[in-house]
Design a protein around this ligand. Sequence first.
Ligand code: PLP
Length: 450
Amino acid sequence: MIMLHSTNLNAPQVDFKEAILTGQAPDRGLYMLNEIPRLDDAEMFSFSDLELTQIAYKVLSRIIGDLIPKEQLESIINSALNFEIPIHYVSNHDYMMYIDQGPTCSFKDVGARMLARLMEYFLEVENKNVIIITATSGDTGGAVAQAFYEMNRIQVVVLYPKNEVSNLQRKQMTTLGKNVTAIGINGKFDDCQKFAKNAFADKDLDLNLTSANSINFGRLLPQTLYYFLAYSRVAEDLGEKVIFSVPSGNFGNLLGGLIAFRMGLPVKKFIAAVNENDEFPRYVNSGTYQKVEPSKNCLSSAMNVGHPSNLARLIEMYGGQIDEIGIVHKDPDLEKIRDDIYTISITDELTKQTIKGFYESYSKIIEPHGAVGWAGLQAYRTDTPKDKNVKSISIETADPAKFPEAIVSLINITPKLPQCLEIINQKEEFPNPVEINTYEDFKKYLQSNY
Ligand SMILES: *Cc1c(COP(=O)(O)O)cnc(C)c1O
């Protein structure tokens, strides 16, 4: 059985079950695998004959081992990954992978839906119940709420800033009911996050609280799967290498790719494309890490991250160590990082031009996050003519209908609401359950309702 350790190296090692149920390690580090198993080229190449769910079983069972029996793991996978991840040819050697067809039309559905089911399974084994508290600026809350809806043994409380989320974002959280309670607080996202953190640390609360944000290894691991899928769909020769372009914020998506790479996936280069929050490209180029504080508000709002939490895992993979507040304790092999990862910051201006240009060239609408990835790929193509015949896969991480204002202003077309959002849009909302202004209000609410 593969064990996991904390990236801060100051907490006991745990198995996969413990890592899922605790989320963050007690020393505030992130859990990471002690060793990464390898698949061989022939096996990965043969994935071209398999469905996503079959690939998922082959990959995940290598890591989860016999902690979950085959039949149960298959059923978790089949119920979590019940939507398509299409990979479309765009032009030359470039492909686009659309991870936008889950229930909230965001790539976060992959990790959140797998985590929910893994957590439910392990809670059943342990005969325990938990309450998940999630603070959201809009998108994560919806993905988590939808993913954990109707899970046994799990209650969900989502805190969102009442006046700062879009109608659709709010409805993804407030139309569910049952085990999901969404609370619009009178404050900002930072207040939501503060209330959640206070609750986790509050010794008066005798509740089994946990978190479902992207630091949980159970959300990260499933994000390896679509890299194997995409590779198997575009590679034509055994061992052929490909390029992945990944629009990045907290770097969970990229880490999925890097773990797949360590498992042996033949990758020529990862492109880590960020918006104007450019701490990672600056670090890779200069060797000096400095967060962007406060983070900048860019069009690709889900990537407005000034200090990506998954850097702790990335830097460890390259022999270094960085803690949760952004202090580098040991330098990683930056040369090796540059070999594997091309990283670039894309301005909002270029993001907009890219959405326009993509539509003009290919008559297809992409949204701001996917556009950052596509723009990153174009920069790489220009910089690296020697790789011009290497195939690439860019990732579109959300459906354009989630960003109607931006799209209309650029190409004057209102993106069509996909079915997943249409259903949510028509549902009745539950009223806000309580007025919350301060942490004390939230604490009282938790004490009297759970
Ligand atoms: C969260 C998110 C991202 C960024 O992914 P990370 O794993 O945080 O790097 C990109 N696009 C969309 C639409 C997202 O919701």
